[in-house]
Design a protein around this ligand. Structure first.
Ligand code: PLP
Length: 408
């Protein structure tokens, strides 16, 4: 009998499919601006020098391979917590933050959504509000646990910037106690973040309406090069005692993509509440993965707790973020020099410079993106997003000239 005859063929994941096309392309001048992973100036993955050092230490230590506890390595989760909330965080000092080690940021988002699906008192139809657009996986992760992802206005294609007015109106009109997913910094895919004044306004609105902040922090350090500054949105919300959780990933800022190092931090109203939350997260985690992997967590906890390694990590993060910012400047200058017509609604390409983090939303339309992929072997997603880390001093000119050709 054909047991699986009714299983329909699913489409491949679009970003991984794009990478596969890039790999198969024989054009020596091909450029990959698809996947959000850091590359050095030679277009190669970069193992952070501090990670090499810490890895060596971990390998030399005589650690065993016993199971970690269900909630992970305490040295890691405690240090990770301080990295997000800050050394002086009242929530941390009052033992109201509980942290669980997860399978990177994806695992943190999943565990958070699962916990929400079981325990949050939703006002309306199990809705979680996500920005339009957002990281594509948010939709899937939220739907997978039986919750309903609903978009809120975020990006304004006319200005290639933040639709703050739309965002605010939407937050005001949502039912009280809505769950709203926020990118703590370096919004994916747009590279458009609220300013600190706008974060203040958002925080006040959350307080007024009793909304729940579901923070996704996948790029701490990548946005400005400063770990503290990049966590200021989270810290602002925590200081105002807005009910919240944070999904944290070390994939990008430590370059540990395939080690799956992350954490979920939930802030409770009291220590007792925090402990009850932790007990339920443990129950959920037990049936999902039993316990998280140890290697990457050991590496990161060394980096976070050894002052010398921590300083070195901060320098490595600066290396990455500065190179990306340099590429933004160079791309902008090149397009200016070529007098490349700006996207509809824009007088110039200034958005390339003002956007932040790994990605830039270029404003290129689908036809232009398709042409870059098919005729120039330049791989980017059809929404016009480019990974700035894919650009370097060797391919930037070719990219700018190709953009110039497709927009004319
Ligand atoms: N959240 C956002 C917004 C992301 O862009 C990503 C990665 O691209 C993640 C979470 C999770 O990544 P990982 O599971 O590799 O930590």
């Amino acid at each position: 009998a054909q047991v699986w005859s009714s299983v329909p063929l699913a489409p491949p994941d679009s970003i991984f499919a794009l990478t596969a096309r890039y790999v198969a392309d024989t054009n020596p001048k091909k450029i990959n601006l698809g996947v959000g992973a850091y590359r050095d100036d030679n277009g190669k993955p970069w193992v952070l020098p501090v990670v090499k050092k810490a890895s060596r230490k971990v390998e030399e230590s005589d650690r065993d391979h016993e199971y970690l506890s269900i909630t992970g390595l305490p040295a890691f989760t405690n240090a990770a917590q301080k990295l997000v909330f800050g050394e002086d965080s009242l929530s941390v000092k009052e033992n109201r933050v509980i942290s669980v080690q997860t399978l990177s940021g994806t695992g943190a988002n999943h565990l958070a959504a699962l916990f929400m699906s079981r325990f949050y008192q939703f006002t309306k139809d199990k809705e979680i509000y996500i920005s339009n657009p957002t990281w594509a996986n948010h939709n899937a992760i939220i739907s997978n646990v039986g919750l309903n992802p609903v978009s809120y206005p975020y990006y304004n294609p006319q200005t290639i910037g933040l639709d703050f007015e739309g965002f605010v109106k939407s937050i005001e009109s949502m039912p009280a106690k809505s769950v709203i997913l926020l990118h703590s910094c370096a919004h994916n895919p747009t590279g458009v973040d609220p300013t600190s004044e706008q974060w203040q306004i958002l925080a006040e609105l959350f307080l007024k309406k009793g909304h729940y902040a579901f923070f996704d922090s996948a790029y701490q350090g990548f946005a400005t090069g400063d770990l503290d500054r990049d966590s200021s949105s989270v810290r602002l919300f925590a200081s105002k005692r807005i009910p919240m959780l944070v999904c944290q990933s070390f994939a990008k800022n430590a370059g540990l993509y395939n080690e799956r190092v992350g954490a979920l931090h939930v802030v409770g109203a009291s220590e007792d509440e925090a402990q009850r939350i932790k007990s339920q997260l443990s129950v959920l985690q037990r049936s999902e993965i039993s316990n998280p992997p140890a290697y990457g967590a050991h590496v990161v906890s060394l980096i976070l707790t050894d002052p010398e390694l921590f300083s070195e990590w901060k320098r490595d993060i600066k290396t990455m973020s500065s190179r990306i910012i340099e590429m933004r400047d160079q791309l902008y200058n090149k397009l200016q020099e070529l007098k490349t017509p700006a996207p509809a609604g824009r007088s110039d390409w200034g958005h390339i410079k003002s956007q932040i983090g790994m990605f830039s939303f270029t404003g290129l339309n689908k036809a232009q993106c398709d042409s870059l992929v098919n005729n120039y072997s330049i791989y980017l997603t059809a929404n016009g997003r480019i990974s700035m880390a894919g650009l370097n001093t060797h391919n930037l000119q070719r990219f700018a000239e190709s953009v110039d050709e497709v927009v004319r």
